[in-house]
Design a protein around this ligand. Structure first.
Ligand code: NAI
Ligand code: MG
Length: 834
């Protein structure tokens, strides 16, 4: 590997930095010392290896063989099987670790379950003390963790030492604080119980911390399965749990491959699965847990744009690219793997990048002077090689530095693929290696379109000296994190997670805590008898009970249509359904919507996305107006509802509460604020609550007006556009609402209503790729199918599991839970200072 001697001026900064590294490392470089003249003519480095003596001694102390960590003890695997973990930088075996069978999983889950009551009873302060002790101990054993991480994973010691491990400690400190504050800040929430956590190999200890810290803080106990390529730091962490006296069973660590993970996912006592890894496995887990009521958070893949506008500081951009795609060999879910650069500066940037790449150093992860370490495993290296070949076959131009990689480990050189078309494979799929694509754009609008032209939505990086432009672009990018003039910065105080096929849920920040709790009322309502549906509440399929022969009101002949794009529309099929009143007599007809109607409604909802871009004040005004117009028609609605429900008092209450609820969300529209997170960097980190996009909502049969309003209003108030399937049994409550909508200035397409048979409508809505979130409050038998179908585009879904919600209760049926389910948190990092 040789340095270029004639280097552009702009590289001076980096050179200075490198010299420093060299000066520090040179004493360790044993062979013949070069002369000063030689040093200046070649700018060559000697190796500066970090010693692995202590790490080896630790492995030897365990005879290089590790059992499971269950109930605070080392437990041999029931199947007696062990598998090896190797050092990918030297292709040397490091140790053997136990392989978890379903019996081992059962043992670990039982240990976690047994530890639960004590851990919860300890209270926030007690748990805070343990989390604090973990953080302290991580710091005390900082170097050992860093070295073990680098030899097991292949990442440069500079990164494990200066980034991964410090962030791990920071996560435990930060969450010690959340444990302490839980009683106050999370007083309406309770722990979930035993959680299962499955993590990948790219940041083994950091992902462990992201999972374990919030779970413990919120009073859960857990079983964690590390990735099969990188089990070692988690085992050292297990030992640390023993050292600090963490109660046995609170943390259990079980190794194994995907089969062990699958057994953990399937265990009935596991109440939640937190997963980080590939979108493919995320989808398998979504399907495996469908209908089970297990809570799920998924941090999946990405293809994050790195957007360079023409006024950006190109020297900073070059260093940004180094951090974006060559950090951790590009094996980073949020790696900036697609450079999108404004045409006018594209050539200049490419030239600078190539010069910088010539001087990147690749080699032994324990060498303190290297920039790029080893790829974690042969299969991952093969994937990179194959995808790059596919890229060049598809017409991309490949550029790699002139030097070649060491051959004693799994190495791949930094690579740029230019002349890439937006639809080509390498521009769409995750390569998960040090390979970046290079594309150009002309206008900010085109840049945003290209940035969003992916199934993923994890992160983005925006480079411009014009903050107005950057802050205009940031909200338009579909991604959970946007870094302005920086990249790959993380902190425990800021949430991290995806949009679209990058998964859902957040890790870090207050927003991350909700992944590990449930509303307190759910627990209090546990065992509450299911509200037995009255005949008027069940679906149409059930025969209506004949009423006693009182005086009958004459039937009102009325056929309502569907409501799509702000217009009443005939159903595509041209069929109607008879809707009975409480006595079984026909009260009216509604259109029988079909697949096509759902598709049209979704299209109309997409066309109405301007709703989100409007002001919160405007949304508030329109919700107030809906309330006003509903109140105006109060007696009319009461009369109809009374016929549907056969209960005038219930009808009266239903209308009054619906008006009140519209007021609630009119009030919330401009008050569901985000936050500015206190991250330790010189950065304003803005956490924005953003509309999810197009939402599908399936209403319950009961409370045909109140539940409809309780679901639709929060979704609209936060700026989503909605396709709603109203109560199947009592759709007329929703279709009567058309008149209210038509007089309330709601923009066309913001709220679309498709009536009909649930089984004919829900499958299309829940599997539709352009629906971003689905709320399903239909009969519980339907949840499994909905959650299965949602795996297609990894849409967020919210299904009611456990105790049925009381729609008349403010606590259970209104407020922050609904607002949180209507929004994504996007964190925008804006650094300041020169
Ligand atoms: P993976 O998704 O298979 O592995 C992640 C974790 O899931 C590991 O602990 C694994 O044992 C476990 N797992 C595998 N199958 C499972 C199942 N059916 N049920 C439960 N757990 C299961 O990722 P893999 O194969 O290591 O890497 C393949 C590709 O995935 C990479 O090339 C990259 O594109 C992507 N990836 C993305 C990551 C991210 O941070 N977003 C991390 C790791 C991989
Ligand atoms: Mg390994």
């Amino acid at each position: 590997m040789s340095e270029q001697t004639a280097e552009p001026k702009d590289e001076g900064k980096k050179k200075r930095k490198k010299k420093k590294v060299k000066a520090k490392g040179s004493p360790a470089a044993a062979p013949a010392r070069p002369t000063v003249v030689e040093i200046f003519s070649t700018m060559e480095y000697g190796p500066a290896p970090e010693t692995d003596r202590v790490a080896n001694a630790w492995l030897d102390a365990h005879n290089r063989k590790f059992d499971h960590f269950i109930g605070g003890e080392w437990v041999a695997p029931s199947g007696g099987k062990y598998f090896p973990s190797e050092n990918p930088g030297r292709r040397e075996p490091l140790a053997e670790v136990a392989e978890g069978s379903p019996e081992d999983v059962a043992k670990a889950v039982a240990a976690a379950k047994a530890a639960l009551p004590g851990w919860r009873a300890l209270g926030g302060h007690g748990r805070a003390r343990y989390l604090y002790a973990i953080a302290r101990h991580i710091q005390k054993h900082h170097r050992l963790f860093a070295v073990v991480e680098s030899i097991d994973n292949g990442k440069p010691i500079r990164e494990s030492r200066d980034i991964d491990v410090p962030l791990v400690a920071r996560h435990f400190y930060h969450h010690a604080g959340w444990a302490q504050l839980m009683d106050d800040e999370m007083r309406d929430y309770v722990p979930l119980g035993v959680v299962g956590q499955i993590i990948p190999w790219n940041f083994p200890l950091l992902m462990l911390a992201w999972k374990i810290a919030p779970a413990l803080a919120m009073g859960n106990t857990l079983v964690l399965k590390p990735a099969e390529y990188t089990p070692l730091t988690a085992l050292r962490f297990a030992e640390l749990c023993k050292e600090i006296g963490l109660p046995p069973g609170v943390v259990n660590i079980l190794n194994g491959d995907g089969r062990t993970g699958a057994a953990l996912v399937d265990h009935p006592d596991v109440k939640k699965i937190a997963f980080t890894g590939s979108t493919g496995v995320g989808r398998i887990i979504r399907k495996a847990t469908a209908g089970s009521g297990k809570k799920l958070s998924l941090e999946l893949g990405g293809k994050s744009p790195f957007m360079v506008f023409e006024d950006a500081d190109l020297d900073s951009v070059v260093e940004g690219v180094v951090d974006a795609i060559w950090f951790n060999q590009g094996q980073v879910c949020c790696a900036g793997s697609r450079i999108l650069v404004q045409e006018s500066v594209a050539d200049a940037l490419l030239t600078k990048l190539r010069a910088r790449m010539e001087r990147l150093r690749i080699g032994d992860p324990l060498d303190k002077a290297i920039d790029i370490g080893a790829i974690v495993a042969p299969v991952q290296l093969d994937q990179i090689v194959d995808l790059v070949k596919l890229g060049t076959d598809e017409g991309a131009t490949l550029w790699q530095p002139s030097w070649s990689c060491p051959t004693n480990g799994l190495f791949y050189p930094p690579t740029i693929l230019s002349d890439v078309s937006p639809a080509s494979t390498v521009a769409q799929v995750e390569i998960f290696g040090p390979v970046v694509t290079f594309m150009t754009f002309r206008t900010p609008k085109e840049a945003i379109a290209l940035a969003n032209n992916t199934r993923y939505g994890l992160a983005a990086s925006v480079w411009s000296e014009n903050l107005n432009l950057a802050l205009d672009v940031a909200p338009k990018i579909k991604a959970g994190t946007v870094w302005v003039n920086c990249t790959n910065v993380f902190d425990a105080a800021a949430g991290f997670g995806g949009y679209r096929e990058s998964g859902y849920g957040r890790e870090g920040g207050k927003e991350g805590l909700y992944e590990y709790v449930k509303p307190r009322w759910k627990e209090e309502a546990h065992g509450r008898p299911e509200l037995t549906p009255t005949p008027s509440e069940v679906g149409l399929a059930a025969p209506a009970e004949p009423e006693d022969d009182g005086p009958r009101l004459p039937p009102i002949d009325r056929t309502t249509k569907l409501y799509i794009g702000g217009k009443q529309r005939r159903p595509d099929w041209g069929y109607c359904i008879d809707i009975p009143d409480a006595s079984g007599a026909t009260l009216g007809q509604v259109g029988r919507g079909n697949r096509k109607d759902i598709r049209d409604a979704v299209e109309a909802a997409h066309a109405a996305r301007g709703w989100a871009a409007g002001t919160a004040h405007l949304r508030a005004q329109i919700l107030y107006y809906l309330a006003e117009n509903l109140a105006e028609r109060q007696s009319e609605f009461e009369g109809r509802l009374s016929l549907m429900l056969g209960n005038p008092q219930a009808a009266e209450r239903e209308v009054a509460l619906s008006v009140k609820r519209l007021f609630t969300y009119a009030a919330w529209a401009d008050k569901y604020d985000g936050a500015v997170h206190a991250t330790p960097l010189r950065s304003v980190t803005i956490a924005m609550n953003e509309a999810i996009g197009v939402m599908g909502i399936v209403c319950p049969n009961r409370h045909p007006l109140l539940a409809f309003v309780s679901l639709v209003a929060p979704a609209l108030s936060t700026g989503n556009s909605v396709v709603v399937i109203p109560s199947e049994r009592h759709p007329l409550a929703a279709t009567d609402f058309y008149q209210v909508m038509e007089t309330s200035d709601l923009p066309p397409g913001a709220l679309n209503i498709v009536t009909g048979h649930r089984e004919e409508l829900v499958p299309t809505l829940s599997s539709h790729d352009d629906v971003d979130q689905l709320w399903y409050f239909g009969p519980s038998e339907g949840t499994e199918a909905v959650e299965l179908a949602s795996a297609g585009n990894m849409k967020r879904s919210w299904c009611e599991h456990g105790a049925a919600r009381d729609w008349t209760s403010e606590r259970e049926a209104a407020g922050r839970e609904f607002l949180r389910q209507s929004t994504h948190v996007k964190n925008i990092w804006v650094p300041y200072g020169e």
